[in-house]
Design a protein around this ligand. Structure first.
Ligand code: NDP
Length: 336
């Protein structure tokens, strides 16, 4: 293994500790269940009184108000949405931490530490164990398939001198090191950069290509909306291609496509890749993340009550592709 990749951690480091999972949602439920059910760790849940609270109770956890759970914990896993985490942390968690001698605070995303929205208490190890997978995916991979998955690790503050070991221990506790899994030594800043980059460059490239392709195909080339949608994404073929990319390798899987397809893909990829504007757009996106201007824009947007966010949703939910999709999916009984 290179010095950046890890395949194991020592669970004993956390065995005698009370772990409070704060936020029983996508990540919280998956991580709490694996820690407890698979690895026998002492896990409690802190949540607001909502469906998540009821779910945690029915999954067999002791559930507390967030401040109370934080007070009982040696390890706090802050697994509420990034937008609300600063307030939850400063109002309900920090006062409890300040009363302790030492605490380990774990994040699943680097965002709030990177941009300074959460200022860590000086008596705490601040660690990052960031799964590269959604919560339901983690539960399926670990609890059903018995496999591991990739996580990025970071340490922002190492009061104990053992913060990296705690991060590895927690990664093991949440099932990351089962066969096929790996932890990459990273940082809060690197995780934030690449996470936001794939959300802000790769995903929008796909969204924009789909919507524009649908419009040109159906409006200028006489293609039926049904044929266009099934070709573009509705058949599910792309999910198989991406699975093959993850399993076999980016270009190795291309050999399984027809030679006509290979030639078409490679000639056009070469043309697009050679266009200097592509890397310039990548740099532009990265700069906005790196210098904090995206984070500032998003913070202002939320303070104003999300006017742009809501307008954008309306534009895309009402676009011609979405309307055609709704009609097709009703016929296919994918939606009611
Ligand atoms: P969720 O949206 O699933 O929310 C987690 C929990 O927080 C829910 O129980 C939610 O309750 C609760 N919550 C919402 N608002 C508040 C509030 N104001 N006060 C207290 N609790 C609140 O979060 P995720 O699991 O998606 O994200 C948690 C962390 O994991 C984030 O840092 C995220 O970046 C990271 N992450 C997420 C991934 C994902 O797959 N989603 C992947 C990798 C990392 P309710 O259900 O009632 O809203």
């Amino acid at each position: 293994m290179s010095g950046r990749l890890f395949l194991d951690g020592d669970l004993k480091l956390l065995k005698d500790k009370t772990i409070a999972v704060i936020g029983y949602g996508n990540q919280g439920r998956a991580q709490a269940r694996i820690l407890k059910e698979l690895n026998g760790m002492n896990v409690i849940v802190g949540n607001i009184r909502d469906r998540g609270w009821d779910q945690a109770v029915s999954d067999g956890f002791k559930v507390y108000e967030i401040a109370e759970a934080a007070g009982l914990a040696d390890v706090i896993m802050l697994l509420v949405p990034d937008e609300v985490a600063p307030e939850v942390y400063s109002k309900e968690i920090l006062p409890s931490i300040e009363k302790k001698e030492f605490c380990i605070i774990d994040f699943a995303s680097g965002y709030n530490i990177t941009y300074g929205y959460i200022r860590p208490a000086s008596n705490s190890d601040i660690i990052l164990v960031a799964p590269r997978m959604i919560g339901a995916g983690i539960l399926d991979v670990v609890m059903v398939k018995g496999k591991g998955y990739p996580v990025l690790l970071g340490v922002h503050q190492d009061v104990s001198g053992k913060a990296w070991d705690y991060a590895l221990s927690l990664a093991k506790g949440i099932g990351a090191f089962l066969p096929g899994g790996v932890a990459v030594k990273s940082s809060f800043e690197e995780e934030t950069l690449i996470d936001l980059f794939s959300e802000q460059f790769l995903a929008p490239s796909v969204i924009a290509s789909m919507v524009a392709s649908f419009e040109v195909l159906t409006e200028e080339y006489g293609v039926s909306p049904e044929a266009a949608l099934l070709e573009l994404y509705a058949s599910g073929e792309w999910s198989e291609v991406f699975q093959a990319i993850a399993e076999k390798g980016f270009f190795k899987q291309l050999r399984y496509h027809s030679r006509t397809s290979q030639f078409g893909q490679l000639t056009n990829a070469r043309k697009m890749y050679s266009d200097p504007e592509l890397k310039e757009k990548i740099r532009e996106t990265l700069n906005k993340i790196y210098d904090g201007s995206f984070a500032k824009e998003w913070a202002i947007e939320q303070t104003l009550g999300n006017p742009v966010f809501n307008r954008l949703w309306k534009i895309f939910e009402e676009c011609r592709m979405s309307r055609a999709e709704e009609a097709l999916y009703r016929i296919l009984k994918r939606i009611e």
